[in-house]
Design a protein around this ligand. Structure first.
Ligand SMILES: *Cc1c(COP(=O)(O)O)cnc(C)c1O
Length: 419
């Protein structure tokens, strides 16, 4: 199974869904004062806003839809540039591209999140926003991102799709920027199969996002809409059945995250100090979601050997999140004159070629996390995984031919080209 929430689907989700079915109200709208209307989507929005710490939240049909609502709600127009990381899920790019925006890719750093220093280099007179992605549950360096945004008068939209439940310096992810999008698909910290959430920092953003998600209507379709629709919308609505599952999952989120942190701490302890490896940088050790444990090797051949031995892949070889593996995005970037294709972001290429994602809560070969543990792993299973990992690391070294000067030179070259 993919994400931690999916392992914990149980009687709570069943109860919420059955209440909806018994009521017969499957559409998100109804009379909030009618006791027969179980209003799960409405409750989800209220509870999620309170949880994240923003004045408003909006439920959507997907994370992709949530991001599109954000980008439109803050007023971005075709041709506006949005700075995004070169390592992220395709939807970060496609949400922008479908709105005629120009995604400008920036390098990542050893946190596997966007590198704020590289963001600054990519600002042009057309830049309107930064969309930092809290990749694999690791909060971005929001201190630097927000400082940069203030300095250059840019909007910040957090792509928090992989990071519901995480925090940065005591504030929940999704509450730091102007708006944020979350996903409830099956690979995320909590899930309803599919679904999404928007967090909004102002009433104006919320109203506009609401309109985008529901054919231009005012929030909750209150009042008379004809003559009052200020925005052309689409349909990204969530159904009551999805809302019911999401509500039950939201009520488990803190327990899910704390369990992941506990399991990850154990695994990390058992595989620290392996020669030639370190862990990726965490921008907030206490706040990260702990869905994965990313190991960075000094040498890409060592990483590839270990991955092979464990039946998994280095991150650059995985399919889902690597800009260089997105032929469908390449075509769009080509059209709008943005750098694309392997080699366009050499520091990202270098880091990802030396990285292996070990699963802790998200088990997903698509992001190179076919090996590791799950949210339900016992201490014995964690010890077993650690033992196999250490053995693979030692084996890959023993097999030799790993630390060749050629690779080291290539990496140095990539790094100097950037500076
Ligand atoms: C999952 C994800 C999305 C999109 O979410 P969906 O619910 O699948 O549409 C967007 N951005 C990132 C970084 C994601 O991981």
């Amino acid at each position: 199974m993919p994400g931690p929430g999916s392992y914990w689907i149980g009687k709570e989700e069943r109860k919420e869904v059955l209440e909806v079915l018994a009521s017969g109200h499957l559409f998100r709208y109804g009379d909030l004062n009618d006791p027969n209307f179980t209003r799960k989507v409405y409750l989800l929005e209220q509870e999620f806003a309170r949880y994240v710490g923003t004045p408003y939240a909006l439920a959507t049909s997907s994370g992709t839809g949530a991001l599109m609502c954000c980008l439109l709600a803050v007023g971005l127009k075709p041709g506006d540039e949005v700075i995004v990381p070169a390592y992220t899920f395709v939807a970060t790019y496609s949400a922008a591209l479908f709105l005629g925006l120009v995604p400008v890719l920036a390098e990542i750093d050893s946190s596997l999140d966007i590198d704020p220093a590289d963001v600054e280099r990519r600002i042009t007179p057309r830049t309107r926003a930064i969309m930092p992605v809290h990749m694999l549950g690791n909060p971005c360096d929001m201190h630097s991102v927000l400082a940069m945004a203030r300095k250059h008068n840019l909007l910040v939209i957090e792509d928090a799709c992989q990071a519901a439940g995480g925090s940065y310096k005591g504030r929940k992810l999704g509450s730091l920027g102007d708006m944020a999008g979350f996903s409830l698909n099956v690979f995320k910290t909590i899930t309803a199969g599919d679904g999404g959430l928007v967090a909004a920092s102002t009433e104006q953003y919320y109203k506009r996002a609401f309109g985008v998600h529901d054919q231009g209507h005012t929030p909750l379709r209150a009042g008379v809409e004809v003559g009052r629709r200020s925005i052309l919308g689409l349909n990204f609505r969530m159904s009551e059945l999805t809302g019911a599952v999401a509500l039950a999952q939201l009520r488990k989120i803190d327990c899910i995250i704390s369990t992941l942190r506990e399991k990850k701490r154990k695994l990390k302890e058992l595989i620290s100090n392996v020669p030639g490896t370190r862990f990726r940088k965490l921008n907030d050790e206490q706040g990260e979601c702990a869905t994965l444990l990313t190991v960075l090797f000094d040498d890409p051949c060592h990483a590839a050997g270990v991955a092979r031995a464990l039946g998994t892949k280095t991150v650059d070889q995985s399919g889902w999140h690597v800009y260089a593996n997105m032929e469908h995005v390449d075509r769009c970037l080509e059209e709008i004159g943005q750098p694309h294709g392997k080699g366009a972001y050499p520091r990202t290429d270098d880091i990802l070629s030396r990285a292996i994602n070990l699963s802790v809560g998200v088990v997903d070969p698509g992001l190179g996390a076919a090996f590791g543990i799950t949210i339900n792993s016992t201490d014995q299973e964690i010890a077993q995984a650690a033992k196999r990992f250490r053995a693979a690391c030692n084996g890959a070294i023993a097999n030799g031919k790993t630390f060749t000067g050629r690779n080291r030179r290539k990496r140095q070259l990539a790094q100097t080209q950037l500076s």
